[in-house]
Design a protein around this ligand. Structure first.
Ligand SMILES: [Zn+2]
Length: 530
């Protein structure tokens, strides 16, 4: 996702902390295979009427298990359960603390069990019903990170993926978009339409989505047999269609880089999402004001398209590893910019990102893999995005382009439609390159900070004496490019391996050095101090 920083602080208040413990326990008990959601919306109230059939397998014999589901409270918002069935029989359950606890009638570890939950209510969050910027009524899901269980019962964590289908009944002046392919459309009585979407591959709940609104829809063609479409508000459809024209080329670029696209379609959707962009699987939602008619959000489109592979298909196993989504989306967007706009535009982006990382560190000294942080919204920070991107940039330099890309493709192939930890990623890159990457991954991802260098140098008789002191708490190991600029106007770059807190180097030179520059080609995340 791309942050829309204006809204992010308002949101923090709504977030509930999650304990990793809870999810690990649940992961060992149940595995959701499929969600089948029938949902009816209307124009007179914000209340939904719904039926969810959760198909799951038990991994062990349990007396009870839990699904996340926000219950109705004194505000009048939240969901009220009407009935719960297990394979057509009634079953005991409770609905408290935003969990349904079900005591199944019968359990084994072989069969698939269907639990049918009928409910109604006004979603507290997650399914946003309101007016768009033109004053039209809209219904947009916005699940990240764990807001899906405001509007349907589920295991609301990226580690339990499932296929999903939605049978949406809505007034017939709306069009309906969702993940997957359109399986059925029917005109019902009472001016209602039924739209039935299905996915054929499992998704994490964070990127499950439906959108119901007045739309103009343009089908802009296919690439690698993937249909690409644009869904924008009718009032500004010319601008909107124009803004997303390039999305087919961007999709094509990344299919050729990463391998097969994981979903049945790519729809780019104007919406009321609180994020700048939200990478919902195969149906990306963008903030309303992305439509300008000036195509000035190409980087956001690229970022969300990268997520279809990294984040949606190969997903982080748990929230502390979110850089595997956001760092990847940022960095591969930069590589798209490098290929389409050239070295100058690329350098500018990564320099700005480096500045963002250095500034963030002045406020918050936490590692990228932040296991202490339970406020999920605050994981949308410069560590996850910009520093994560920089880690990939330095890894590309360390391994070389060919090995780096081979590793990225292997990692995706191994973890597509599944979950990975940072260690899983490291192990693939180590195997492909034949290098030990432990120090690299530990220092850049598990420790806070970066090299903060004090330098001094002295030239004498074709020898440059250079002292590099690391002033931060723990020593980093890294290659440092030093550009020697000679009095005759020529220059050359020497690379030194910095491994200690303070170390002197002697560099042979071709002539008299008048100036030196560190990291002239922007390959190192560091800062220089006087
Ligand atoms: Zn993102």
């Amino acid at each position: 996702m791309k942050n829309n920083y204006t809204f992010i602080f308002i949101l923090l208040a709504f977030q509930t902390a999650i304990t990793a413990q809870n999810y690990k326990q649940r992961f060992n008990e149940i595995d959701v295979k499929h969600y089948n959601l029938t949902i009816e919306v209307n124009d007179t109230t914000n209340s939904i009427q719904a039926k969810m059939i959760v198909s799951l397998k038990f991994k062990q014999l349990v007396n009870e298990f839990q699904l996340d589901f926000v219950e109705k409270d004194s505000t009048g918002k939240g969901m009220s359960i009407e009935s719960v069935f297990q394979n057509n029989d009634t079953v005991s359950y409770t609905h408290i603390d935003n969990k349904i606890t079900i005591q199944p009638n019968f359990v084994n570890t072989d069969s698939l069990f269907n639990f049918e939950i009928k409910y109604n209510g006004v979603a507290k969050d997650g399914l946003i019903i309101g007016e768009n910027l033109h004053g039209d009524r809209t219904f947009f899901a916005d699940n990240w990170p764990n807001r899906a269980h405001n509007w349907f019962p589920c295991v609301d964590h990226p580690s339990d993926k499932a296929t999903v289908e939605y049978i949406v009944k809505a007034p017939n002046h709306y069009q309906v978009i969702a993940n997957g392919y359109l399986f059925e459309e029917t005109n019902l009585s009472n001016n209602l339409n039924l739209s039935h979407y299905k996915t054929i591959v499992p998704l994490p709940t964070k990127v499950m989505v439906i959108g119901i609104a007045r739309f103009s829809v343009q089908h802009i063609g296919e690439t690698h047999n993937i249909p690409v479409s644009t869904w924008v508000y009718p009032q500004t459809k010319e601008q909107g269609f124009y803004d997303f024209t390039n999305s087919k080329n961007i999709l094509n670029f990344f299919i050729e880089k990463f391998g097969e696209y994981p979903y049945q379609k790519l729809a780019n959707v104007q919406s009321t999402t609180q994020f700048g962009g939200m990478e919902n699987a195969g149906a990306i939602f963008y903030f309303e004001k992305i439509v300008t008619g000036a195509q000035n959000h190409e980087d956001t489109i690229a970022h969300e398209i990268v997520h279809q592979w990294f984040g949606n298909s190969a997903s982080e196993i748990d929230w502390p590893h979110i850089w595997l989504s956001e760092g990847f989306a940022n960095y591969f967007t930069s590589l798209y910019i490098l290929e389409t706009k050239g070295e100058g535009a690329f350098q500018q982006r990564i320099k700005e990102e480096r500045e963002t990382v250095l500034n963030f560190y002045k406020k918050k000294q936490t590692p990228v893999i932040d296991t202490e942080n339970t406020n999920l919204m605050s994981l949308l920070n410069a560590n996850s995005y910009e520093k994560g991107a920089w880690v990939l940039h330095m890894l590309r330099k360390k391994l070389g382009d060919e090995t780096f890309w081979k590793g990225i493709r292997s990692y995706y192939e191994k973890f597509k439609l599944n979950n990975a930890s940072t260690n899983d990623f490291k192990n693939v890159m180590a195997e492909v390159s034949g290098e030990n990457l432990d120090t690299f991954f530990t220092q850049w991802l598990q420790k806070a900070g970066h090299p903060i260098l004090k330098t001094s140098w002295l030239y004498n008789n074709n020898i440059l004496r250079l002292i590099i002191s690391q002033t931060q708490k723990t020593a980093f190991q890294f290659p440092l490019d030093v550009e020697l600029i000679y009095t005759d106007g020529t220059s050359e770059i020497k690379t030194i391996e910095v491994t200690e807190i303070a170390i002197p180097f002697e560099i042979e030179t071709k002539g008299e050095v008048k100036e030196i520059k560190f990291d002239p080609n922007t390959w190192l995340l560091f800062e220089l101090v006087d």
